[in-house]
Design a protein around this ligand. Structure first.
Ligand SMILES: [Zn+2]
Length: 570
């Protein structure tokens, strides 16, 4: 049998295009058919598949599962590589048992199913990889309202690439750096010209010959898939990028349908770039309003993130609102946490700010606003030394059909800004995988415990079956998820072979949820001053009265925690 190395297509050292990414997934599915299943959960308008790879033996056997996705935003290619890296590490755990994880964690993980969706927006990623143009999520523009002049981004100088365009303008907001020729920085009062305005390479639809509309990053690609999910969705006038209605897009629809059909997903990693931060729920309230037992579990995730990646962890509401007091609507990680009950969170890969020596501002999101002229010059020097100068290609003069003389070039944010440089990618994959594999290992695990048989009067046998959970989390997953309608309590269903239940109604028994042993961090459990733990709230009993000799088959579990079966000879 070929090894994993034999079928690797290099995603730890390169950003793969659609064909290569598809070939990687197919190679795994074909080489390890007992461990992998590849399916398409959506077909895009440009006729590409949104792939989900299921990893683990017996993929249809219900048991706790972990979901990983990447590249919902078109330029955030690193998420695809990290998702593939996690897939490969988990696969290796099954194929040859090799792992960097401690043995108890590895043992847990072999019982967790993984769903890996490495590229939510293959159309968007392809546009970015081919041309470098700005696409938020998907390179399509279904607007019917087309009367207002606006930018249409595209190649105008015929080199197949889409960069920036600068135009000399005395009222320009930017000026060339004195330290780094060609680098445009924010103008200050003491600067001499020339000054520049900067637009995306492209043309203006309905141009009147003199008025230039302001471009935005969604100017000709108005849908952000990460605002198109049903949890607290709001229309575009309230939330930019929302789309026409929740899951109006095939990509988000496919994910909502798949994950709704899989209530066993207990952990959900949503990969983005860039920043170098874990953004956790709640996205619409401070920690004081959060379910405090959930918060304790997230503190454990935070501890692993700090240890393995150095990334800080922030509450989305407290530290990552783009506008104060205006929580995002319709984003996927909040859907994952609030609606699907998963340990759902975002990781913004690539800690660029730290790399250029910026100190962390009071709120993490302020990093993006506070980049100074000196910081961006430092970045340009780093780019020249460490990133082959990819980020700042030279400006070239061009006669634009609408604007006259412009310069095209200037900036290419794909590798170095939006995503880590290629030589750092392998380490990002490795460290993120270390963290998320641990998070997935928090899964509940049901077991059949002790079975007692006792003959009582009249040829009746009493059978007590202990059903227990020896996992970290309860059978419900996160504590707050207990309230979700689909999160049913554990139940036991009995069938008999050659014997009889005295009370046929006892064949189905609802046992209730079973706690796990884990409680997260900072819960006082280390303090020996007042000894005490929970009672045996991790176990329940199913009791049967049986007449005759035969076999009692007990199947216990739930749609989230999975099922275990005991065959009991009477
Ligand atoms: Zn993103």
């Amino acid at each position: 049998m070929p090894s994993l190395a034999d079928v690797s297509l290099g995603f730890r050292h390169a950003y793969l295009d659609y064909d290569r990414l598809t070939a990687q997934l197919r190679a795994w599915a074909e080489t390890f058919p007992q461990l992998c299943r590849l399916q398409s959960i959506a077909r895009t308008p440009e006729r590409r598949d949104v792939w989900v790879l299921t990893i683990g033996p017996e993929p249809d056997r219900v048991r706790p599962a972990a979901w990983v996705d990447g590249n919902i935003h078109a330029g955030e290619l690193c998420g695809s590589s990290v998702a593939l890296g996690i897939a490969e590490d988990v696969l290796r755990l099954h194929v040859d048992g090799t792992t960097t994880l401690p043995a108890p964690i590895a043992a847990r993980l072999r019982e967790v199913l993984f769903y890996v969706c490495p590229r939510i927006s293959p159309d968007g990623a392809e546009a970015v990889l081919r041309t470098g143009r700005i696409v938020r999520s998907v390179p399509r523009d279904p607007r019917l309202d087309r009367g207002t002049p606006r930018w249409r981004i595209g190649d105008v100088d015929g080199d197949g690439q889409v960069r920036a365009m600068r135009v000399v303008d005395p009222a320009g907001e930017l000026v060339e750096s004195r330290a780094v020729p060609g680098l445009l920085v924010e103008r200050t009062l003491d600067d001499d010209g020339p000054f520049y305005k900067v637009y995306p390479e492209g043309v203006i639809e309905h141009f009147d010959g003199r008025t230039v509309p302001s471009p935005t990053f969604v100017v000709d690609n108005p849908i952000d898939l990460n605002r198109n999910f049903p949890w607290q969705w709001a229309p575009t006038h309230e939330q930019i990028g929302a789309g026409a209605f929740p899951t109006s897009e095939p990509e988000s629809r496919g994910i909502a349908e798949f994950t709704t059909a899989h209530p066993e997903i207990i952990a959900w990693l949503n990969l983005h770039t860039f920043g170098g931060v874990l953004i956790r729920p709640p996205g619409h309230a401070p920690d004081s309003k959060m379910h405090q037992e959930d918060l304790a579990v997230f503190r454990q995730v935070e501890a692993w993130m700090t240890e393995h990646t150095g990334y800080p962890t922030v509450n989305g509401y407290e530290e990552f609102l783009y506008e104060p007091d205006k929580p995002l609507k319709g984003d996927m990680s909040e859907y994952a946490y609030n609606q699907r009950g998963a340990i759902g969170y975002v990781v913004e890969l690539w800690d660029l700010f730290k790399r250029i020596g910026m100190t962390r501002p009071p709120k993490f999101v302020q990093y993006y606003d506070r980049v100074s002229r000196a910081d961006v010059e430092k970045f340009a020097h780093w780019d020249a030394a460490e990133n082959d100068g990819r980020s700042f290609p030279p400006w070239r003069p061009f006669d634009h059909p609408q604007l006259g003389r412009v310069d095209i070039g200037g900036v290419d944010p794909r590798v170095g800004m939006w995503n880590p440089p290629l030589h750092e990618l392998a380490n990002v994959c490795k460290t993120q995988s270390e963290v998320f594999q641990r998070v997935a290992a928090l899964a509940p695990r049901l077991q059949i415990g002790r079975i007692d048989r006792r003959a009582i009067a009249g040829g009746v046998t009493r059978v007590d079956v202990r059903i227990e959970n020896d996992g970290y989390l309860g059978s419900y997953g996160l504590p707050s998820a207990k309230q979700l309608d689909f999160n049913e309590p554990v139940y036991a269903t009995a069938t008999v072979e050659r014997c009889t239940l005295v009370d046929p109604g006892a064949a189905h028994q609802v046992l209730g949820h079973l706690d796990g042993w884990g409680r997260g961090l900072h819960t006082g459990a280390n303090l020996p001053a007042y000894p005490g733990t929970r009672g045996t709230t991790n176990a329940a009993y199913a009791t049967y009265l049986v007449t005759g000799n035969g076999t009692l088959v007990v199947r216990a579990g739930s749609c989230r925690a999975g099922f275990v079966t005991a065959r009991i000879e009477i």
